[in-house]
Design a binder for this molecule. Structure first.
Ligand code: BG6
Length: 490
C-alpha cells in the first residue's frame, strides 16, 4: 500500500474483539494489510471479549464479517483462509483481575521481544482497569503500547481521569489515542493542499476566506449501537474528536515540521484559540436536533425516538458556528455539522472565498468555492468564474475544476484504519491524538453540552433523509452564508 518500512511479526490484542468496530473496521483493515504483505507470517491477532467462543467460532464470525465488509475486488477466499490462521480468540474480561490472564499468557508466549499492541475497542471506563491488569499480570513489555478508541470520556473531568489512569501504566509515547478521521488520506491532504501549494497558502486567511464548513453526514441511523449512541449523541461521538481535528488542520499555523509533536502543538494552539462558548453563543451558534421518520433512498425509516422505544434528549444532528481568535481568522465563521439519517453520506470541507471586489464585473461573480471531498468520491473541486461562451458581452458563468483522486492515481483509497493499525505497530504517533488535545477539545465543547442540559437552546427536529433542520439554515443566513447543498443558487 505504501512505502512505509516493513514491520517485524507483532502481536495485536483487541479488547472488544467481537464488537461492531472490530468486525466492521479492524479485521477488514488487517485483512487488507495482510494482502499488502504488512502482516508477516507469525503475527498473532487475538480478539478478546466476554463472549464464550472458541477460536473456530471467532474465525467463522470474522469470515462472515470479511465477506460483508471487504470490497468485492479484494475478497479472495484462499487469502481469507490464510489470513484467519493468524487470528485467535480468548474469552477475557479485561477489567477483572480474576479473568483468564493465564490464557492470554499462553497465546502471547514467546512474544516478549515483539511489538505488542493492546487495542481498546471497549467502553472507555474499562481502559484504566484493563491497563492495571495488563501491568500487574506482567504483559507490559518494552515494545508494548495501547491504542485507545474515542470518545475518551464524556466530558473534561472524565477524560482527565481516564488519561491519568492510563498514564499510571503507560508512558505518553506508548499511548495511541486513535481518531480514524486523521487516518483518512483526504484529511491528510488538507496539510498538503495548504502548505505545498503556494496558491492556496497565499489566500488561506480571513482576508480571502469567508467561511469554512466541515460536514460529516451519514444516512445510517443508530442501528445496533443505540445503547452507546443514546448516551453519547452526535457532539460527543463526532464533534469533540473527528470534526474538531479536521477544523484544527484547516485552521492551524504551519507546524515547524511534520514531526508528531510539532503538528500536535499547532493543533492544540487552534483548540485554545477557539472563542469560548457561552450560553449566549450556544443560543445563537448551535443547533441540535433529532430525526423524525422519513425516507432515505426510497426506503421509509423510523424516527430516532421510535427506534429507541423511549424518550431521549440525545441529539442526532448538531451544527455549530465557531470562531478561531487569531489574526489569520478574524471575521471567518467555521461551521461544523454532523448527523445521522441525512439525505446523503458525505464528509467534506467546503471553503467559501470572499466575493471578488473587482470593478470590472460588479456584483456579477459568484464566490470561488473549494470543496475537499473527504469521502466518498475522494477528491476536490474548485468553482470559479469564467466568461459565458454563449454570450457576446462579458457575462460570467461558473465552471468547476474537478479532481477525483482514485481515478487520478489509479489506486484504491484505503480505509483509514488500515494506516492507523500499522502506525501503532511502527510507533508512529503523527496521526494519533496527544493527551492535551483531547482535553483542550473537551474544554471547548463542554460548555455547549452543559448549556444544552440546562435547555439553554431547544432541541429541534428534522425529517430523516433531509439536510437537517431549518434552524441550521437560519444560523448561517445571519452571517450571509449557506450550506453547501444550497450553494448552487448562490
Ligand atoms: C465513528 C462514530 O467514530 O465514526 C460513528 O462513532 C460514525 O457513529 C463513524 O458512524 C463515521 O465514520 P466514517 O468514517 O464513516 O465517516
Amino acid at each position: 500500500m505504501n512505502a512505509a518500512p516493513q514491520v517485524e511479526p507483532f502481536d495485536y490484542v483487541i479488547f472488544g474483539g467481537t464488537g461492531d468496530l472490530a468486525m466492521r473496521k479492524l479485521l477488514p483493515a488487517f485483512y487488507h494489510r495482510f494482502l499488502d504483505g504488512d502482516v508477516p507470517d507469525g503475527c498473532r491477532i487475538v480478539g478478546t471479549a466476554r463472549a464464550q467462543l472458541d477460536r473456530a467460532g471467532y474465525q467463522a464470525r470474522i469470515h462472515d464479517a470479511l465477506k460483508q465488509f471487504v470490497d468485492h475486488a479484494s475478497y479472495d477466499e484462499k487469502r481469507v483462509r490464510k489470513f484467519l490462521e493468524c487470528v485467535f480468540y480468548l474469552s477475557l474480561d479485561g477489567s477483572r483481575a480474576d479473568s483468564d490472564w493465564d490464557g492470554l499468557s499462553g497465546l502471547l508466549e514467546g512474544g516478549e521481544d515483539r511489538v505488542r499492541v493492546f487495542y481498546f475497542a471497549t467502553a472507555p471506563r474499562l481502559y484504566e482497569p484493563a491497563c492495571a491488569n495488563l501491568h500487574e499480570k506482567g504483559f507490559v513489555t518494552a515494545g508494548s503500547r495501547v491504542v485507545l478508541e474515542k470518545p475518551i470520556g464524556t466530558d473534561l473531568a472524565s477524560a482527565e481521569e481516564i488519561n491519568a489512569g492510563v498514564a499510571r501504566y503507560f508512558d505518553e509515547k506508548h499511548i495511541f489515542r486513535i481518531d480514524h478521521y486523521l487516518g483518512k488520506e483526504t484529511v491528510q491532504d488538507v496539510l498538503a493542499l495548504r502548505f505545498a501549494n503556494p496558491v492556496f497558502e497565499a489566500v488561506w486567511s480571513g482576508e480571502h476566506i469567508q467561511s469554512i464548513q466541515i460536514t460529516a453526514a451519514e444516512t445510517v441511523g443508530v442501528e445496533a449501537r443505540a445503547a452507546y449512541y443514546d448516551t453519547s449523541g452526535a457532539t460527543r461521538d463526532m464533534v469533540q474528536n473527528h470534526l474538531l481535528q479536521v477544523l484544527c488542520l484547516c485552521a492551524m499555523e504551519a507546524p515547524k515540521s511534520l514531526e508528531a509533536d510539532d503538528v500536535r502543538d499547532a493543533k492544540v494552539a487552534v483548540l485554545k484559540a477557539l472563542r469560548p462558548m457561552t450560553d449566549e453563543s450556544v443560543r445563537s451558534d448551535t443547533v441540535r436536533a433529532q430525526y423524525q421518520k422519513g425516507e432515505i433512498s426510497g426506503h421509509a425509516v423510523p424516527g430516532y425516538l421510535e427506534e429507541l422505544g423511549h424518550p431521549s434528549h440525545t441529539e442526532t444532528y448538531v451544527a455549530l458556528r465557531a470562531e478561531v481568535e487569531t489574526p489569520r481568522w478574524k471575521g471567518v465563521s467555521f461551521y461544523i455539522r454532523t448527523a445521522k439519517r441525512m439525505k446523503a453520506k458525505t464528509s467534506e470541507i467546503v471553503v467559501t472565498f470572499r466575493a471578488s471586489s473587482s470593478q470590472l464585473f460588479p456584483g456579477a461573480s459568484r464566490p470561488n468555492i473549494l470543496v475537499i471531498r473527504v469521502q466518498p468520491d475522494e477528491g476536490l473541486s474548485y468553482r470559479l468564474s469564467v466568461k459565458d461562451p454563449q454570450d457576446d458581452t462579458f457575462t460570467l458563468r461558473s465552471a468547476e475544476m474537478n479532481v477525483g483522486f482514485p481515478q487520478q492515481f489509479g489506486v484504491r483509497y484505503p480505509d483509514s484504519y488500515e494506516r492507523l493499525l500499522l502506525d501503532a505497530v511502527r510507533g508512529n504517533p503523527i496521526l494519533f491524538i496527544r493527551r492535551d488535545e483531547v482535553e483542550a477539545a473537551w474544554r471547548w465543547i463542554g460548555p455547549v453540552l452543559d448549556a444544552w442540559t440546562r435547555d439553554v437552546a431547544p432541541m429541534s427536529s428534522y425529517v430523516a433523509g433531509s439536510w437537517g433542520p431549518d434552524e441550521a439554515t437560519r444560523m448561517l443566513d445571519l452571517h450571509g452564508d449557506v450550506w453547501h447543498e444550497a450553494m448552487d443558487d448562490m
